[in-house]
Structure formats: C-alpha cells, structure tokens
Design a protein around this ligand. Structure first.
Ligand code: ATP
Ligand code: MG
Length: 223
C-alpha cells in the first residue's frame, strides 16, 4: 500500500496570483489525490523580464490567497537563492529534505510546457519529479498553445517516453511520469489582470478579495 505522501509543486511568477492558479491546484488535489500543493514563487524567473512587483510582495499575495486552504502550503526557498530561479535547483533541494521516496509532482499549464525544453537542465527534471499538465484555455494571445500539437520534436519525444494515463503511477513511483488532466478552463492570466488594473477596471471575481485588498493597500500595478 502507498503510505508516502504525494506532494505537488506549483511554481510561478504569481504577478499576481489569481483564481486560475488556485482552481487548477484544487482540481488536481482531487484528481491526483494530493496530500499537499506547495506554491513556490520564483524570485527571478529565468524566462521573463524582471517583474515590476518584487518577490516579497508577490509572495505575500500568494500567502494571502492560500491562507484558508490547509492543503495549500507556501514554500519560499526560491526567494532565498540568488541568481535565476531554476526549477532543477528547487527540486534538488526538496529531495535533500524529503528523501528519494516521496512522490513529487510538478504542476504545469500547457503554455509553460511548450517551452519546457528551454528550461535549465530540463531533461534531468523528470528524474526528480513527475509532471502533471493541464490545458490552458486557447485564446487569441500567446498563452496556451495546444499541448498535443506544434510541440517541438524534443518535447514530443519526451512526452512519448514518459506519458501515462494511470494516476496510480504517480503514487507508486517517486518521479518519472507525465500525465495530462482536464480541468475547468478559466481564461485568467496575470498579464490580463495587470492590464485590468492599468485600465482602472475591477479584478473582482478573477482573484481573491484578500489579494485585491493587498494590491490596493500597497498601490501595486499602478492602481
Ligand atoms: P503571466 O501572464 O504573467 O505569464 P500567468 O497567469 O501565466 O502569468 P504564471 O505565474 O506565469 O501565471 O503561471 C504559473 C503556472 O500556473 C504555469 O504553469 C501556468 O501555466 C499555470 N497557470 C496560470 N494560469 C492558469 C490558468 N488560468 N489555468 C491553468 N493553469 C494556469
Ligand atoms: Mg505565464
């Protein structure tokens, strides 16, 4: 019988965190029977320009957003490292802490996965964790290319080699599998929320009220 906990990791810039992140995590808790989802804000995201809002404030918003859910936890290890926030370093650090047997699952939207082969030491990542993919809604913007189409060849091969339809595989092995899960499609992105604030429109019902209150109190995003 499986006795080890299964811990999911959700990394991101969270500039700011929104209901798309939270709902994705909640639905995967249920479909993958997760004991915990760790939200891990990136201090210095390697593939984005430096965020206008600092890591401490992005992290504070994550903390507020997850405060009322005991399954959601906060992990600030990337805030304590200098240089680019590489996932491989985070995984190695988690493995040192938790040992080899715990199942770790990296949660990822399809937009992130289509660029996965540009991540630092990307081929080593799957030796340290599983990856659970969700489709991001297909919109007119650059988000969410379809995971099944237009993948670079290297990622197509990667998917072929690691893909499983059996959720149990992610419980019985500590790392090595990729799965894909259907979730309620919420076409919400931090980019659109930043635009909303800049245009002096309301972001209610796109993100928790506590996070909106924080943004107002600290006058983030030019509001
Ligand atoms: P930005 O627009 O600034 O890139 P974002 O909304 O994409 O922000 P990130 O912090 O970049 O948010 O995303 C972190 C992770 O959460 C990524 O794996 C991303 O694919 C996933 N994610 C973000 N929004 C959603 C959503 N609405 N539905 C499903 N997954 C999402
Ligand atoms: Mg993004």
């Amino acid at each position: 019988m499986m006795t080890q906990p299964v811990i999911a990791l959700l990394g991101g810039t969270f500039n700011p965190i929104h209901l798309g992140h939270l709902r994705m995590a909640q639905e995967l808790v249920e479909s993958l029977q997760l004991s915990e989802v760790r939200f891990i804000p990136a201090a210095n995201p390697p593939h984005k320009p430096a965020p206008d809002v600092g890591a401490e404030q992005r992290a504070a918003m994550v903390r507020l957003a997850i405060a009322d859910n005991p399954v959601f936890t906060f992990d600030d290890r990337e805030l304590h490292r200098t240089g680019a926030s590489y996932t491989i370093d985070t995984l190695q650090s988690l493995r040192e802490e938790m040992g080899e047997k715990v199942s770790l699952i990296l949660l990822m939207g399809s937009d992130a996965f289509t660029k996965f082969d540009t991540w630092h030491r990307w081929q080593e990542i799957i030796q340290l964790c599983h990856i659970a993919l969700v489709q991001r809604p297909l919109t007119a913007d650059e988000h969410a290319p379809d995971v099944d189409h237009n993948l670079p060849k290297s990622l197509g091969t990667f998917l072929h080699n690691h893909y499983t339809d059996h959720g149990d595989d992610l419980h019985s092995a500590p790392a090595g599998f990729v799965t894909m899960h259907h979730i309620t499609a919420l076409d919400i992105s931090s980019t659109e929320i930043r635009n909303t604030f800049q245009q002096k429109r309301s972001a209610r019902y796109l993100m928790p009220d506590s996070v909106i209150d924080y943004i107002q109190a600290h006058q983030l995003y030019d509001i």
